[in-house]
Design a protein around this ligand. Structure first.
Ligand code: ADP
Ligand code: MG
Ligand code: MG
Length: 869
């Protein structure tokens, strides 16, 4: 079995075996670019290393020596030679790039003898000892676990003693002294001399690099980026080229295009007389790549040509490492460059225009999740760097928000009216906070998960939200919160990053998003390709307009309850709930009818002829109950009953388990008057707007929380009776649909029966997930994180649909429903409608559309196209 490959033996397709770095070094060698020669020890060797208890087998060691001899022959240098010593770098590199996560050692092969040979051969003693001190420090850090700073101290001290600003000012004598001291540190730290035998150095380094696969930062990086732990890293052993031999030498990094804007212009930095990571480490201020043109015009020209070759060859923007040794250019690494969402768009579109990739490839290259970055404000990077982080919660709704903290919706509204920027801080939000949420820049809650009230509503509004930030202790009465003993009170400034969940102290500058031409272009290509339609969840005309601007093809979910919380209406709502007789209830509903009708008119106006699905009242009644004494008294006065009676009724409406209680269609079955009122409003508004704008509106009325077909049948009759009467009276032709949410497991099991009565289905995957797992949406945040960490669940099933369980119910319901009605229109309106992975699943399942919050519409359009390709 073969574990080691010369660079000449590999190519770019062998990433799994050689790692990304190794495969690309091989590929560049293959196409004739100037790459210092070397060999790669494969990821299989890494896996074997772990199998054998973190040891290299004899077999692999032998193979390494064989390849080392070959490398010696090719370079004409010899490991440990006192005339012409071979020096190598030992570099990590996994199949998926993990920049800076693992370790690399340079100048390996140096010892007290070879350093003399190097000095002699290059006639450059300074360079030889500079390389040696770097090697001792890196080797000690990576292999012997001696902290870097112990060495840095010495270097700093020598510089200080001599009043030097830069490392380059150190002379050979200084460096010799430093090397001596470094060796002393090694001896005192690990009680042995610095290893002098190059072959021993090499094996120790290879083992250490394999072991660095499992250092904590690499593990964390993999978890965060969903990279499997089993794939392992490869190790590259490469002959050294030197950027630190003098001022005709240097090292740098460059992107073939600007990684933050995507502009097609070489973007890079380099340092003269420097080695390896000096550029990244910020030891000196680097020069821009254009300065290389003045300093070494020929090398610059060659470099430009090389970057062009690489970009054409890889058909993507490249991130390239290079070193110049005595005016000779070497390429040390190339990979697809990391980039912002904006740059990703622009690069993809321009590569299509340049004929390098197809539209489909361009679409597949965009990470749909990254689009979020484009649609929301972000923090100004420098300001963010300087900021102090206070706490970390869940990244519930992306964007950047800054403002003064307030603890009630009223205060927020008041402050906003005074022109202040505000952040609403709550234990958790409730429907009454809606207006405050609208008025605030951002929302911070101490409790609740990714589908908590705050998270769902904020995403719908496109408002920044950090939820479930457990380390802050909110005291709404005292109007303060405490983080690790530090108290923040009303009016203090904080900033929230809804994309990372981080909470910062103070007021951090933000930048507004700009949608570039490339964005529009790419979205149009996506629309041409996809068959899955994209609707939006919108409750207000403003949200609806935003969604249309982002390309929504209809409304898949208009929640009517949010309209009921409006300050001017809540009293009527409460009157309806507390009514003792049907008459009283009807009277209260009559007050609500005109305002509800206006709501729908506004939404139809915003949507034109695009389909609009309106869901009948869904939440448990208790959410509308009065809380304060004043609210109770108001209600008592209004209904002409005693305060005691109000309290009694309020008490009787309390439920132990409201999410499984009197809500959804169950409410409508007890109080059909509510359904009648809502149907009237829906139909009347449709008639009015159709007439006014001379368009055809076809409302879709949706009944929530159906578990058995009879519930639907009962309510459908009520709806039809009401609607038909109005249509008849108005003497118009108006078509409408009556469909249902599929969100109770029983509904998925009996979808064939339900389909007989339903004009359409819409999966409510939030409730369906809640009820299938038996996880309370509002409480699961507390333990789901652990479920994911302990690998019991791969991910939060409220964020990305559980395809094996909940997904199976969805598939079954689709199959059963379409058996009865082959053309049944089926959509999904849960939070999953905006999640790329879930969207791919829904496409496969054959749904007609997904519906998501306005700001996720572009993500859904792109994901739907990706699913199609
Ligand atoms: P990372 O993955 O952290 O970038 P690398 O393995 O790419 O680590 O190496 C770190 C630095 O050392 C880079 O700047 C690289 O160009 C440089 N380097 C690596 N190998 C050599 C070599 N053989 N000759 C000169 N410089 C090298
Ligand atoms: Mg690198
Ligand atoms: Mg529901």
């Amino acid at each position: 079995k073969k574990y080691v490959y010369m660079f000449q033996e590999g190519n770019s397709k062998m990433k799994d075996l050689l790692g990304g770095k190794g495969a690309n070094l091989a590929e560049m060698t293959r196409i004739g670019l100037p790459v210092p020669q070397g060999f790669t020890i494969s990821t299989q060797a890494c896996n074997l290393f772990y199998e054998k208890g973190e040891k290299l087998t004899e077999e692999i060691k032998e193979e390494i020596y064989t390849y080392l001899s070959q490398l010696e022959q090719e370079t004409g240098k010899t490991f440990g030679s006192k005339e012409n010593p071979l020096l190598v770098s030992v570099r990590s590199g996994a199949a998926i790039s993990m920049p800076g996560m693992m370790d690399t050692i340079l100048n390996l092969g140096l010892n007290d003898d070879t350093v003399l040979a190097l000095a002699e051969k290059t006639q450059n003693e300074r360079f030889a000892y500079d390389s040696y001190r770097r090697f001792i420090q890196m080797f000690s850090d990576v292999v012997l676990s001696i902290p870097k700073y112990k060495f840095d101290h010495i270097l700093e001290r020598v510089k200080e003693e001599n009043n030097f600003m830069e490392d380059t000012q150190l002379t050979a004598e200084h460096l010799k002294e430093i090397v001596k001291e470094y060796k002393k540190i090694v001896k005192s730290e690990v009680r042995r001399a610095f290893p002098q035998e190059p072959r021993e150095q090499l094996l120790m380094a290879v083992e250490a690099v394999f072991a660095s696969w499992n250092n904590p930062r690499a593990i964390a990086y993999r978890r965060y980026n969903e990279i499997p732990h089993e794939i392992g890293t490869a190790v590259n052993v490469q002959s050294m080229v030197f950027g630190n031999m003098g001022n005709d030498c240097g090292t740098g990094v460059a992107f073939t295009r600007n990684p933050s804007t995507g502009e097609k212009k070489l973007f890079g930095e380099f340092l003269l007389n420097a080695q390896g990571e000096d550029v990244v480490a910020g030891i000196r201020t680097p020069k821009t790549i254009s300065q290389l043109q003045q300093l070494m015009p020929e090398v610059y020209d060659q470099f430009i040509k090389t970057t062009e070759i690489l970009e054409k060859h890889y058909r993507d923007m490249q991130d390239i490492e290079f070193t110049i040794e005595e005016s000779k250019l070497f390429i040390l690494q190339t990979r697809s460059g990391k980039r912002t969402a904006e740059a990703a768009m622009r690069v993809a579109v321009e590569l299509v225009e340049e004929g390098l990739i197809s539209k489909e490839e361009a679409i597949l290259r965009i990470d749909a999740k990254q689009l979020d970055q484009l649609l929301h404000p972000t923090f100004e990077p420098r300001a963010l760097e300087a900021a102090q982080m206070l706490a970390q919660g869940l990244p519930a709704s992306p964007g950047a928000a800054r403002g003064k903290i307030y603890f009630t919706a009223e205060k927020i509204i008041e402050a906003a009216n005074n022109g202040e920027k505000t952040i609403l801080v709550r234990q958790e939000t409730s429907p009454e906070d809606i207006e405050g949420m609208y008025a605030a820049q951002g929302i911070l809650t101490a409790r609740g998960g990714m589908t908590s009230h705050a998270a769902v509503v904020a995403r719908g509004m496109g408002k920044c939200c950090v939820a479930g930030c457990e380390t802050i202790k909110v005291n709404e009465q005292k109007r303060e919160f405490v983080i690790e003993g530090r108290v923040f009170t009303e009016g203090d400034f904080i900033s929230l990053d809804g994309s990372t969940g981080k909470v910062y102290r103070g007021d951090i500058a933000t930048i507004e998003p700009t949608l570039s031409g490339s964005f529009g272009e790419l979205m149009q290509w996506a629309d041409e390709i996809r068959s899955l339609l994209v609707r939006t969840n919108a409750d207000t005309p403003a949200d609806a307009r935003t969604a249309v601007k982002f390309g929504a093809q209809g409304i898949g979910l208009c929640r009517t309850e949010h309209m009921f919380f409006d300050e001017s209406r809540i009293l009527s709502v409460r009157k309806m709930i507390f009514a003792k007789t049907t008459e009283q209830r009807e009277k209260a509903l009559e007050e609500l009818l005109p305002v509800q009708r206006e709501d729908f008119e506004g939404i139809y106006e915003a949507m034109g002829e695009r389909p609009v699905t309106i869901r009948l009242l869904d939440p448990p009644l208790h959410e509308f109950l009065p809380h304060s004494g004043k609210e109770m008294q108001d209600l008592a006065n209004n209904l002409e009953i005693s305060l005691e009676e109000v309290k009694e009724i309020a008490e009787s409406l309390k439920e132990f388990n409201p999410m499984l209680g009197h809500r959804g269609c169950r409410l409508a079955i007890t109080y059909p008057e509510i359904t009648i009122m809502q149907t009237k409003a829906i139909i009347q508004a449709a008639i009015a707007v159709s007439k006014k704008n001379n368009i055809t509106i076809k409302p879709e009325i949706m009944v929530p929380l159906i578990g058995t077909v009879k519930e639907l049948k009962y309510l459908k009759d009520v709806i039809h009776e009401t609607a038909r009467e109005i249509i008849k009276e108005a003497e118009v032709d108006l078509d409408y649909l009556v469909g249902t949410m599929i969100e109770v497991p029983r509904a998925t099991l009996t979808a064939d029966e339900i389909a007989q009565e339903a004009d359409f289905f819409s999966f409510g995957t939030n409730d369906l997930t809640q009820m299938t797992f038996g996880f309370s949406r509002d409480d699961a945040g507390k333990f789901l994180k652990e479920y994911v960490e302990k690998d019991i669940l791969e991910q939060d099933p409220f964020q990305s649909i559980d395809q094996e369980g909940v997904g199976k119910l969805v598939e079954m319901a689709v199959e059963l429903g379409r058996k009865v009605k082959p053309d049944l229109k089926i959509g999904i309106c849960g939070e999953h409608g905006g999640d790329p992975e879930s969207i791919k699943f829904f496409h496969k399942t054959g749904l007609s559309y997904v519906s998501c919050s306005p700001y996720r519409v572009p993500i859904a359009r792109l994901s739907a196209a990706q699913a199609q390709i």
